[in-house]
Write a protein that binds this ligand. Structure first.
Ligand code: GDP
Length: 356
């Protein structure tokens, strides 16, 4: 599943948010084989189409696309100096597809700020600087090796050129993801700042309704995406049944919980989409990259589906709902047989044919 790593300074509300994420164990019951570790939380990508599909097919259960979050504790000022960032930290962060940085926006005299006062811009700078330094250490080390390998013609000059370009950008204080450097030749380095970033502002409830203030915070991180939530409210929402939660959300002027926003914006940031399958057992969403072909999409279910792919019977969700059943959609000519070159569209409901 898509994995988003959570970083941030101490006392910004990471644990509070993370508790909400890990107590949101809807999926733990649905995925008995998924090991849920203490530092991993899962959120369903909200998708109301699945309810409709379950109705049409009489499905026993609904399985939305999961988004997992991993707690990457350990960034403080100076973390990359001395011993450097811990191995476990680096392993966790390298594993993540994207990084969500939690930034404190809430004021509370009882909660000490590590730097004395609440200052989102300076907090972000602290974290980003640590990540930049960690990447510089990686590159400096690699360049020593690359220069040798270049002399003995073991590598292409583009490797050294790319490493130097990245080094220059980092020395200028830039996150690699915000430059247009093509990292392909040095992909193996797994640079942290090359991952897509999103920002989670943990703000007071009143701020959630203050458009001007939210715009000001969003401008700090643009073009990266910003999510606004109140971690305390999120931890309360998770305790409520869906109706009460919706009512509480509405009272804070929000349409979508912060956790749902995290899942949705995480998907967008990474250029992902879902397609749907349904039957009497389950109505389910599968995660694929935008622009995937039909065989690649089938491969999200099982690699054998991709290898032995023959074709897929695809009905778009709106057509299926209008027809009311697969049989009716077929008789109206709305069921399409698509082959290997078909590019998946949003809302495709699929049944794959393959050789085993
Ligand atoms: P972490 O160190 O980043 O994991 O931060 P914690 O989640 O442990 O939060 C630090 C303190 O801030 C705790 O006492 C929380 O109860 C409190 N806290 C977290 N989020 C909020 C918030 O949105 N508003 C207020 N007022 N306090 C919060």
């Amino acid at each position: 599943a898509l994995t988003i790593g959570i970083v941030g300074l101490p006392n910004v509300g990471k644990s509070t948010l993370f508790n909400a994420l890990t107590r949101n164990q809807v999926l733990a019951a649905n995925y008995p084989f998924a090991t849920i570790e203490p530092n991993i939380g899962v959120v369903n990508l909200p998708d109301s189409r699945l309810d409709k599909l379950a109705e049409i097919f009489g499905s026993e259960r609904i399985l939305p696309a999961p988004v997992s979050f991993v707690d990457i504790a350990g960034i403080v000022r100076g973390a990359s100096e001395g011993e450097g960032l811990g191995n476990q930290f680096l392993a966790n962060i390298r594993e993540a597809d994207a990084i969500a940085q939690v930034v404190r926006g809430f004021e509370d005299p009882d909660v000490v700020h590590v730097d004395g006062d609440v200052n989102p811009a300076s907090d972000m700078e602290t974290i980003n600087t640590e990540l930049i330094i960690a990447d510089l250490q990686t590159i400096d080390k690699a360049l020593v090796r690359y220069e040798k390998e270049l002399k003995s013609k073991k590598i292409d000059p583009s490797v050294v050129a790319t490493a130097k370009a990245a080094q220059g950008a980092l020395n200028d204080g830039k996150l690699i993801s915000l430059t247009d450097i093509d990292l392909e030749p040095i992909k193996e380095l797994g640079l942290l700042t090359a991952k897509p970033f999103l920002y989670v502002f943990n703000v007071d409830e009143a701020v959630l309704q203050d458009r001007a203030k939210l715009d000001e915070l969003a401008a700090l991180v643009a073009p990266a995406k910003a999510i606004f939530l109140d971690a305390k409210i999120e931890s309360e929402l998770i305790e409520l049944d869906p109706e009460d939660a919706a009512e509480m959300l509405a009272s804070t002027g929000q349409e979508e919980s912060g956790l749902d926003q995290l899942a949705r914006i995480g998907f967008e940031t990474l250029g992902l989409q879902t397609y749907l399958t349904a039957g009497p057992k389950e109505a389910r969403a599968w995660t694929i990259a935008r622009g995937s072909t039909a065989p690649q999409a089938a491969g999200a279910i099982h690699t054998d589906f991709e290898k032995g792919f023959i074709k897929g019977e695809i009905i778009s969700f709106d057509d299926l709902v209008e027809a009311g059943s697969v049989a009716e959609a077929r008789s109206k000519g709305k069921a399409r047989m698509e082959g290997k070159d078909y590019i998946m569209q949003d809302g495709d409901v699929c049944e794959w044919r393959f050789n085993v």
